[in-house]
Design a binder for this molecule. Structure first.
Ligand SMILES: O=C(O)CCC(=O)C(=O)O
Ligand SMILES: [Fe+2]
Length: 179
């Protein structure tokens, strides 16, 4: 597959986040735990800090580095790699002394492009079989916007929804409660 064609003429999303100071930061979510559903996320944060990533059952701080960008893998990338890569659970907290800003570019495929891993990656992945069905970015967007909050089990629950006969009656069966 030509990745240039996959992303060409796509509509990507840019978001600016402002986290005001909060006297009770522990009672506030900021941006709550989630995985990004798009392909790749390019994030610029100021030097205040607040971004955490969930790895090995623990939250780790992603300390700001002047001039560095944070690149997050999203669910479309995970599906393109047939699950060799997974999207990462992350969150952003507020604090009581300094407001924080971040600028985030969500790189998305063209809405009608079929998300399908290269054969070579299917062979290299665990079990050597396809983990997810062929789908389009617009299918995944519909699921995440109307049926399900994005987390580490989005792709598994999406697969069930996508292949089910009655999509309007969806109840997730994959859960992770580790955080
Ligand atoms: O503000 C941040 O550092 C993270 C924001 C984020 O994860 C998002 O907008 O998807
Ligand atoms: Fe995010």
């Amino acid at each position: 597959m030509l990745y240039r064609e996959f992303f060409e003429d796509a509509v990507s999303i840019m978001r600016t986040n402002l986290y005001p100071t909060c006297q009770e930061p522990n009672l506030s979510l900021g941006t709550g735990p989630h995985c990004d559903p798009n392909a790749l996320t390019i994030l610029h944060q100021d030097l205040v800090g607040g971004l955490d990533v969930f790895v090995d059952n623990k939250w780790h701080k992603v300390r700001p580095v002047l001039g560095a960008l944070v690149i997050n893998i999203g669910d479309v990338f995970a599906a393109l790699s047939n699950g060799i890569y997974r999207s990462c659970l992350h969150r952003a907290a507020v604090n009581s002394h300094k407001e924080r800003r971040s600028l985030v570019f969500f790189m998305c495929p063209r809405a009608d492009k079929v998300v399908k891993p290269a054969e070579e990656l299917v062979r290299k992945s665990e079990g050597g079989t396809r983990k997810f069905p062929d789908f389009t970015w617009s299918d995944l967007l519909e699921f995440t916007q109307n049926h399900y909050r994005v987390n580490e089990t989005t792709l598994e629950n999406f697969t069930d929804w996508f292949l089910s006969a009655d999509r309007s009656n969806f109840k997730p069966t994959h859960f992770k409660t580790s955080h």
